[in-house]
Ligand binder design. Structure first.
Ligand code: UFG
Length: 327
């Protein structure tokens, strides 16, 4: 396959690029490097600096590349994804996450590109009514991030219906860990995600961490999430792209593990390596109490089987954080 990876220098996008290359596909990356890192793009992969919210950037890539050979698939990773930030900057989230997708689809239709793989999120479910979220459950997001992703999902469905295109929409649960090469991982100055923050605290990079609320209706009062290794998630994208291309049909799938862990359970797991100093603080705005995926559909349709459990994810994040702290 020839695949355009939009956001391919970012955390999840770069892992998808690695998995595509391992499966021998031709990859072109577009990224505005706002959160991405150019050193994450493997040698030999063509890179275009560009912004998904700028039509001219998208047009340039499609015109240049499709004249050589049209893309079989476009993968979208170029989203803003921090739940608390979305609460204070909803317009930025709608602009980047919805207008960006609209432009991408418009340029895809102009160049007759028929297959799109889209990164959506468990945040579309809001406060789930059931313990395990299934793909046809009701979607009532409780933050602008989830709302922006749901708006894009719907747009993609309508556009694919109108232009006889195929989509593979993945609803990610909580992604963590790093590629086995340790060349790529979640590398940011202002981390907000639980696993890297807990690992940094264990490694002494932070003095302490805050648990955002312990009065939720969960096993120990702290929020429950479903954690998935980034390489398992990235591998699903290769399977999903092949599936829609070969079967000429669309799919919407959760990517998670069927298991939930509370914030305190994550701290306990990381504490097996070193002490984690924490304090309990107030709830964080926009946090649902529990989000766990049913991944039955992804297993059945794609034959996808996550290879890494929670301890692998934590070990992987820890190895990566040790490596980058020595750079
Ligand atoms: N948390 C803390 N302390 C911290 C950081 C996080 O207690 O220092 C808690 C949060 O309050 C939350 C849980 O840990 O209850 C997980 O928070 P993250 O920030 O790691 O992740 P989110 O669940 O907010 O969001 C992530 C992705 C979203 C995705 C969502 C789906 O960022 O893109 O998972 O489950 F939609």
């Amino acid at each position: 396959m020839k695949v355009l990876v939009i956001g391919g220098a970012g955390y999840i996008g770069s892992h998808a690029v690695y998995e595509l290359i391992r499966d021998n596909h031709e990859v072109v990356v577009m990224d505005n490097l706002s959160t991405g890192d150019e050193t994450f793009i493997p040698k030999g992969v063509k890179f275009y600096f560009g912004d998904i919210t700028k039509r001219e950037d998208l047009s340039k890539i499609f015109e240049t590349e499709c004249a050589i050979k049209p893309f079989d698939v476009v993968m979208h990773f170029a989203a803003k994804l921090i739940v608390p930030e979305s609460m204070s900057k909803p317009l930025e989230y709608y602009h980047n996450n919805v207008e960006g997708v609209r432009l991408m689809l418009e340029v895809m239709t102009e160049h007759n590109i028929k297959n799109v793989v889209f990164s959506s999120t468990a945040a579309v479910y809001g406060n789930p009514v059931k313990t395990l979220c299934e793909e046809d459950d009701i979607t009532i997001p409780v933050n602008p991030y989830g709302a922006s992703k749901l708006a894009s999902e719907n747009m993609i469905k309508w556009v694919c219906n109108a232009y006889k295109m195929n989509y593979c929409i993945f609803r990610y649960f909580n992604v963590a860990g790093a590629d086995k090469s340790l060349e790529i991982g979640l590398k940011k100055d202002n981390l907000t995600h639980l696993i890297p923050i807990t690992v940094q605290t264990a490694l002494g990079i932070r003095d302490k961490m805050i648990v955002f609320g312990d009065d939720y209706d969960t096993v120990d009062g702290t929020c429950v999430r479903d954690y998935i290794h980034v390489s398992d998630l990235a591998h699903a994208h290769v399977l999903g792209a092949k599936y829609i291309l070969n079967n000429n049909e669309s799919v919407l799938l959760n990517l998670g593990s069927n298991e939930g862990y509370s914030v305190k359970q994550i701290i306990d797991e990381v504490s097996k390596y070193a002490k984690v100093n924490y304090e309990v603080g107030p709830r964080r705005e926009g946090d649902p109490a529990s989000l766990i995926a049913s991944n039955t559909k992804a297993k059945e349709i794609l034959g996808w089987i996550p290879q890494n459990g929670l301890s692998d994810i934590i070990k992987s994040d820890m190895e990566y954080r040790k490596k980058i702290s020595n750079e």
